[in-house]
Design a protein around this ligand. Structure first.
Ligand code: FES
Length: 578
């Protein structure tokens, strides 16, 4: 591994806590003994902190109680001293207003835990959407040797003989229920089947996207992100991850040596090839901000224009993550786009990406398409600009009805989410498929937390007429499991007076994906007049974490991180000196 000198025990960071002959170290050792450990358990061994995002409400991580034991087994085998550290679990399903609102809080917790405790290397147990970017952001800022243990996707599941996909099919069946085509009983039966095992959502949603990107950025063992949560190989991967964490500690390989510009470019290219979640744009921006790497939305658009979509996975495609694993997994896909990747990029295994991919083969070329038979030749994601989104917005063309990618229609404006919920099915609005549904105040500060509301509901009466997609525009995000002609992350957001706040009912809007343009058809003078009359909405939170969030969170095109956590070259004192 990495041609570098192994640390001596006294050079380990934890030695300052446990190895010295002084009053503080006596306290630390005696308290380890209080917990039942002997001197031989920890003396001269690297301390491996296992940051566990398990809790009873984060069902995607239900197997983490066992997996943490698997990781510990690997750490002990390799001569390390494992310590489990529970950190905030971000449950995508339960957290309100949205788990994204708390991503930065977990990132801060992760960073501070790594900094304050005697940790020589860390295993980051992640999976459910925001846990992966959050702990990676924390590890990047702390710059303590770290390795990611991805949760793995949940099992395949079916209902009435048809394969189900968590997330994606919830939206689909909800639309069917809205259209009166699904009974109450059938809807209840779906509850028993839609999420049938531990593991993160089994589509190429945000969780699968972010764990795949963590892998291609070099932060997991090769092949780790594709292994289903309940496969026996997942337990073996967890144990090997623990062993590798010990190696990382002895070699003192820091995340800053792995997650550099090259790694981000590999991640962006892979995001396009897997047809990944739009959320990854926000998360990669935030992660880059922690490292000092400058990314722009154009980096994503350029990659989209040269990268084929090869993963035939829902929501844009046909299969689920268990099929992806059986078909060869992420590395088999990466082999197909090898010419678009930086193959000399380093991984936590001390090898290059080229070596990590070596020998990977496709076993089902409908699930993982070969280069000459892509799902689409280019265009996984598109970045749009225009007078409605001067700082950019995004759309996932592959997940939209093709005819809507070039569209002109009148706006139907909802001033916030409660307004949308209360009026969208009001038949007196007389919306048609041509209308453009606009949601305001759903962005990073307005919602707050830029929730996944961006797949705005289609009015029931249009669903009943068979309408399944419409152009929808908001400053919100969209779940990676969602689909439709949804323009997302409009920046600057309406809450801070962005042009989205100035749209009126009936204004004509042009969406031109090929031309990368989103245009509100009013004059500059009219826009200025409306802006002069615009009143800022009242902030929803005035104290505590909410106040910190509202004061410090950046816009979507900047990653929605806290400003004061961007890398600026400054370095805090290492608290182990105290
Ligand atoms: Fe956890 Fe989808 S709800 S990944």
């Amino acid at each position: 591994m990495h041609a570098r000198t192994r640390l001596q025990p006294e050079q380990l960071r934890s030695h300052r806590y446990l190895g010295s002959d002084d009053l503080r170290s006596f306290g630390h050792r005696s308290r380890q003994k209080q917990a039942g450990f002997s001197t031989d358990d920890f003396k001269d061994k690297p301390v491996i902190g296992i940051l566990n995002t398990w809790n009873d409400l984060i069902s995607c991580h239900a197997h983490f109680k066992q997996r943490v034991e698997d990781i510990k087994r690997g750490v002990w085998q390799a001569g390390g001293f494992p310590v489990e550290i529970p950190v905030m679990g971000l449950s995508e399903t339960f957290m309100k207003p949205t788990s994204m609102y708390y991503r930065n809080l977990l990132a801060m917790e992760g960073e501070e835990v790594l900094r304050t405790y005697p940790i020589d290397a860390a295993v980051l147990m992640v999976g459910c959407d925001k846990t992966t970017p959050a702990l990676l952001m924390g590890a990047l800022s702390a710059d303590v040797p770290s390795i990611v243990m991805p949760a793995g996707p949940m099992n395949r599941t079916a209902w009435h003989g048809a394969q189900l996909a968590s997330g994606t099919d919830v939206w689909r069946f909800w639309a069917e229920r809205g259209a009166g085509r699904l009974s109450c009983e059938a809807w209840c039966q779906l509850e028993d089947h839609i999420a049938a095992s531990p593991g993160h959502c089994m589509t190429m949603g945000t969780a699968s996207t972010m764990t795949a990107l963590a892998e291609v950025m070099g932060m997991t063992l090769a092949g780790a992100s594709s292994i289903p949560a309940t496969h026996s190989g997942h337990a073996r991967m967890a144990s090997m991850t623990g062993r590798q964490a010990v190696e990382l500690a002895w070699l003192n390989v820091k995340p800053s040596e792995i997650v550099n510009r090259t790694a981000f470019e590999n991640a962006i290219t892979t995001l396009m090839a897997i047809g990944g979640s739009t959320n990854a744009i926000v998360h990669l921006m935030a992660m880059a901000g922690r490292t000092g790497v400058k990314l722009t939305l154009e980096d994503f658009d350029l990659a989209s224009q040269r990268t084929p979509v090869l993963a035939n996975l829902r929501p844009a495609g046909k299969f689920v993550m268990a099929d992806f694993f059986d078909a060869g997994g992420l590395n088999a896909l990466l082999v197909q786009i090898a010419d678009l990747l930086h193959l000399d990029a380093q991984t936590v295994e001390g090898q290059t990406l080229r070596a990590a991919m070596d020998g990977a083969e496709i076993w089902n070329d409908d699930v993982i398409r070969r280069r000459d038979n892509p799902i689409c030749a280019t265009g996984s994601l598109a970045v749009l600009r225009g007078n409605l989104a001067p700082d950019g917005c995004v759309i996932k063309p592959a997940a939209a009805e093709a005819e809507l990618l070039q569209h002109r229609g009148p706006a139907a404006v909802f001033k916030d989410y409660p307004d949308l919920k209360s009026r969208i099915d009001d038949a007196s609005l007389a919306l048609t498929k041509e209308h453009v549904i606009v949601l305001q105040n759903a962005g990073p500060l307005g919602a707050p937390g830029i929730p996944e509301w961006g797949m705005l509901p289609i009015p029931k009466y249009l669903l009943e007429q068979g309408v399944r997609d419409m152009v929808r525009i908001s400053d919100a995000r969209m779940s990676g499991t969602s689909y439709g002609a949804c323009v997302l992350h409009v920046s600057p957001e309406s809450f801070v007076g962005g042009p989205l706040a100035l749209v009126h009912d009936g204004d004509m809007i042009t969406l031109d994906v090929a031309g990368r343009r989103l245009h509100l058809e009013i004059s500059d003078e009219e826009m200025a007049t409306r802006k002069a009359g615009w009143k800022a909405p009242t902030a929803k939170f005035t104290r505590g974490y909410g106040k910190l969030y509202l004061n410090e969170t950046t816009q979507a095109h900047e990653g929605c991180d806290f400003r004061f956590l961007h890398a600026d070259g400054s370095q805090d004192a290492d608290p182990s000196i105290y």
